[in-house]
Design a protein around this ligand. Structure first.
Ligand SMILES: Cc1cn([C@H]2C[C@H](O)[C@@H](COP(=O)(O)OP(=O)(O)OP(=O)(O)O)O2)c(=O)[nH]c1=O
Length: 194
């Protein structure tokens, strides 16, 4: 644990680490291990927000050196249904058949807490996919890229060629909406930009 860090990122996601580093922030990192099962009929935005908050709250008591904890969660939402990471090949293909040629939403939430104050924000981005062919799905699955990503794709990688259009936050789709994240960090006087 870095004593000079201003905050801790409660995440195992290399994408979140890269995005935070890209805006020049230094931070410690400790992954959160929580139950990510949605509650019955839980609205998608409530679920994503709850996940981000629970990740931050789970890591806070585990820190040897006390500092604020930042966490995030990202889900792909199609027709109100929460799509997480594919559990295998068949699941990925079924997700992609649903996304093919249509709009879906990517909901990302960020939460920041020091145990006394808890701040959170949500980012919703509309994404339109091209019509996917069976050959594209086969090829994409075999790259290994889809496995650990919500909705089974990475806009920042090969999955980007399936994306016709987005309306919202690119960083939010990748997993950490930078505008909202910086807003929270500014409240804690951590992000001094702007
Ligand atoms: C839609 C999309 C998701 N993703 C990734 C971001 C997240 O890492 C992942 C969604 O899963 P999350 O459960 O939000 O995060 P995680 O398990 O990867 O990491 P942690 O909980 O430890 O912070 O999907 C992309 O990388 N690109 C994309 O285009």
């Amino acid at each position: 644990m870095n004593q000079l860090s201003d905050f801790c990122l409660a995440s195992s996601s290399p994408r979140r680490v890269e995005l935070l580093k890209s805006i020049g922030l230094e931070f410690a990192q400790l992954a959160a291990d929580i139950d990510e099962t949605p509650r019955p009929s839980e609205p998608s935005e409530e679920y994503v927000l709850r996940m981000a908050i629970e990740k931050a709250q789970a890591v806070l008591p585990k820190l040897e050196i006390k500092m604020p904890v930042l966490a995030a969660d990202t889900s792909v939402i199609l027709d109100g249904k929460i799509l997480g990471k594919p559990i295998g090949r068949e699941d990925a293909f079924s997700i992609w058949r649903g996304l093919s040629g249509r709009n879906h939403q990517v909901v990302s939430a960020v939460a920041l807490t020091d145990g006394q104050q808890l701040l959170s924000q949500i980012s919703v981005t509309k994404v339109r996919f091209k019509v996917l062919t069976q050959a594209e799905m086969e090829y994409y699955w075999n790259t290994g890229e889809p496995a650990d990503k919500a909705g089974g794709y990475g806009i920042q990688g090969l999955g980007g060629i399936f994306v016709e259009h987005i309306e919202g936050s690119y960083s939010g789709v990748v997993g950490l909406p930078l505008f909202e994240t910086c807003n929270l960090l500014k409240e804690f006087k951590i992000c001094q930009v702007g």
